[in-house]
Design a protein around this ligand. Structure first.
Ligand code: KIV
Length: 259
């Protein structure tokens, strides 16, 4: 999948699926499953590193993981989140940091959170040949300013952000946690695909965090999440089975043993 082919999926009737991945084995599996996009999300900060929000993950850590994902994926488009504050320190710093992502991983695009106030940065990245996926609506990197993870309902602000990011040259846009009606309007207004998470069924595609899809999340799951498996249980059952067989002397058996 290339960036132009991804954008061209808009209006074809084919909905776009995208999931996160943070390491080689899972990236290989999600690519095999046939999704159009793989996102090395800064959700890694919470999902993999165990932090309480997405702020702690660093650019070096994102690159370290994106390189593994980039090597595993042969079909899907791989997009890497620019972590906070790797694109907030001016256009040149943003190009330098996004450039590192493209040079040091095999990934094809970056994603950053923001609309109106990031339009200049998006335009600068695009003019440097770096494809940008925008992220509007709820922006988890602004959690302290927002006072929590809440549905974003200011229609005028959301429309302005979406227009600004698209006009700046974004090739696609994540819409997070906004009412379905507003997401539908934005989707109808833009010529680039919208990828929703908690934004209803009218977006051009959907993205979810892999660990949520697999039922590997911790106790809290937001309303927009759907688990398609219960790997928490599968993993605990498997490791318990191993522990019990070791304790009972049943593992290793003859077939696991060299004579
Ligand atoms: O970091 C992430 O996983 C994301 C998705 C939730 C869209 O930005």
């Amino acid at each position: 999948m290339t960036v132009p082919k991804f954008t061209a999926l808009k209006g074809t009737g084919q909905k776009i699926s995208m999931v996160t991945a943070y390491d080689y084995p899972f990236a290989r599996l999600v690519d095999e499953a046939g999704v159009e996009g793989v996102l090395v999300g800064d959700s890694m900060s919470m999902v993999v590193q165990g932090h309480e929000n997405t702020l702690p993950v660093t650019l070096d850590e994102m690159i370290y993981h994106a390189e593994m994902v980039g090597r595993a994926v042969n079909h899907a488009l791989v997009v890497v989140d620019m972590p906070f504050p790797s694109y907030h320190l001016g256009k040149f710093k943003a190009i330098e940091n996004a450039g590192r992502i493209l040079k040091e991983t095999r990934c094809q695009a970056v994603k950053l959170e923001g609309g109106v106030e990031q339009a200049e940065t998006i335009a600068a990245l695009v003019s440097a040949g770096i494809p940008v996926m925008a992220h509007c609506g709820l922006r988890p990197q602004n959690v302290h300013q927002l006072g929590g993870y809440r549905v974003q309902r200011d229609e005028q602000a959301l429309m302005s952000d979406a227009c600004a990011a698209a006009e700046a040259g974004a090739f696609a846009m994540v819409l997070e946690c906004i009412p379905r009606g507003i997401a539908a309007k934005i989707t109808g207004m833009l010529s680039i695909p919208t990828i929703g998470i908690g934004a209803g069924a009218d977006c051009d595609g959907q993205v979810l965090v892999l660990h949520d899809i697999l039922g590997m999340a911790s106790d809290y799951a937001p309303r927009f999440v759907k688990a398609y498996a219960n790997l928490n249980k599968t993993v605990v059952d498997a490791v318990r089975g191993f522990r019990d067989e070791v304790r009972g002397g049943d593992f290793p058996a003859a077939e696991h043993t060299f004579e």
